[in-house]
Design a protein around this ligand. Structure first.
Ligand code: AMP
Ligand code: GLY
Length: 421
């Protein structure tokens, strides 16, 4: 069968490699893909915002399954767009995608269904939000409502920080702002919990922890993610039951009541406070780089899982995992997440000796005359699977040393909470 993958990051290269392993797949198209996907699939130069052209191409080339990697096309309604076609599309519809597209949509579901989350207020204008600051405690969190590529969240230590955040959001830094969210600051440890669901059945899809900040010791600006590890050190059976019964199941039920039919991955960003889970945010897709970190641990054929989800057969499917520790380090272009250089040649990729258990996923790369150049802020993901996080990380450092790419930088402390130096 022919499969299409939408997106161009490390997540999509990882999805592409996993799908490629399935014996029933004979062709993969990536819209638009990167230098890594071009080795195993055909990259199609159609931007993923151009839904009409993707549809036209998919029908003409007899693609039977489309897998959507990033949030933007999901929030824009790509799944609804393919509804009356022969093509199966894996991802939530437009109603459900608001879980990621609007933080206020999610908070309202939490309120209505008693889902544990930080206490919050929604304000329609700056004056209302600013006068609330007199009655509250710091630190607090100010959030823009819509998609903001990992930005749009301000942790405010005092009134000055909060005033500035409110001003920036209402001034349109993250697009037109009709509302703003102000939240209680939760103190605990974060964990990402992934599931796959068809809107009724739910299957766990592993846990991970990413490192969002650009600098070591989790300092500096927020990024898409500088690295991750899986599993999270926090997960256990009891906590998992609480996450499912208090957070995930009521959410899926609420979406069903709204007339939506969630079909895809769901990523819950949680704060664990004294062994109790609180929802911080939902993403309606796999994380990046969590996807790259988790997929190498998957024993079961990914295509079978996605098809079972699309066909309403998840319940009878057993998803199996390798019981190993996976760690991912993202090699970024100098300057990221602010202004960074592009078009820097990456040599030595063919000199790396990747062992079994080592994986290299391209993100912002492109090919030109058979040479590979950087083309984005996050450039290459190194993942290693072993019996310890420490061993995985040191194997990755050896590969990065050997690559010796002058254009890049990376965090040397990924996994610091699970690695004793
Ligand atoms: P979000 O984009 O909503 O995941 O927020 C980005 C980051 O801000 C999260 O990964 C947390 O580290 C932090 N954060 C967001 N909301 C809260 C909260 N209510 N309490 C503490 N930290 C938060
Ligand atoms: N790594 C965070 C995200 O994918 O949103």
């Amino acid at each position: 069968m022919k499969v299409g993958i939408i997106g161009s990051g490390g997540r999509e290269h990882a999805l592409c490699l996993s799908i490629k392993k399935s014996p029933r797949v004979n062709k993969i198209y990536c819209f638009p893909g990167n230098a890594g996907t071009s080795d195993i699939a055909e990259n199609i130069e159609i931007d993923f915002s151009d839904l009409n052209r993707i549809k036209e191409f998919s029908i003409k080339n007899k693609i039977s399954l489309l897998i959507v990697g990033p949030e933007k096309p999901l929030v824009d309604g790509i799944v609804d767009f393919f509804k009356n076609t022969e093509i199966n599309i894996f991802g939530p519809d437009k109603i459900s995608s608001q879980l990621e597209g609007s933080k206020i949509f999610t908070k309202k579901i939490c309120e209505k269904h008693n889902i544990p989350t930080a206490k919050f207020g929604i304000f329609e204008n700056a004056n209302g939000a600013i006068s609330f600051l007199d009655k509250t405690q710091f630190p607090l969190v100010v959030k823009a409502d819509g998609l903001a590529s990992g930005k749009g969240v301000y942790i405010c230590e005092n009134k000055d920080d909060a005033n500035l955040a409110i001003k920036e959001v209402f001034d349109g830094k993250f697009g037109l702002a009709k509302n703003i969210l102000i939240e209680e600051f939760l103190v605990g440890e974060e964990m990402s919990y992934f599931i796959i669901t068809n809107g009724k059945e739910i299957k766990n899809f592993e846990t991970a922890q990413d490192h969002k900040r650009v600098l070591e010791n989790d300092k500096g600006s927020n990024t898409g993610g500088m690295g991750a590890y899986s599993p999270s050190r926090l997960i256990n059976k009891k906590l998992e039951q609480k996450i499912l019964t208090k957070i995930i199941k009521p959410t899926i039920k609420a979406l069903e009541e709204m007339g939506s039919n969630y079909r895809g991955f769901l990523y819950a960003g949680l704060m664990i406070v004294n062994e109790e889970p609180f929802l911080i945010e939902y993403n309606v897709r796999m994380g990046d780089p969590e996807c790259q970190t988790i997929l190498p641990k998957l024993k079961t054929d990914l295509l079978e899982i996605i098809e079972a989800c699309c066909d309403g057969n998840l319940k009878n499917l057993k998803i199996e995992w390798f019981n190993q520790k996976s760690l991912c380090v993202v090699l970024c272009s100098k300057g990221y997440p602010d202004k960074y250089n592009k078009d820097i040649l990456i040599e030595n990729l063919d000199k790396l000796n990747l062992d079994e258990g080592d994986f290299l996923y391209h993100a912002g790369t492109k090919k030109n005359n058979n040479k590979i150049y950087s083309n984005g802020g996050r450039v290459i993901n190194f993942v290693s699977l072993s019996s310890s996080f420490k061993e995985s990380r040191s194997k990755i450092f050896n590969h990065i040393d050997r690559l010796n790419w002058g254009g890049g930088f990376f965090r040397k402390d990924i996994g610091h909470k699970v690695i004793n130096e």
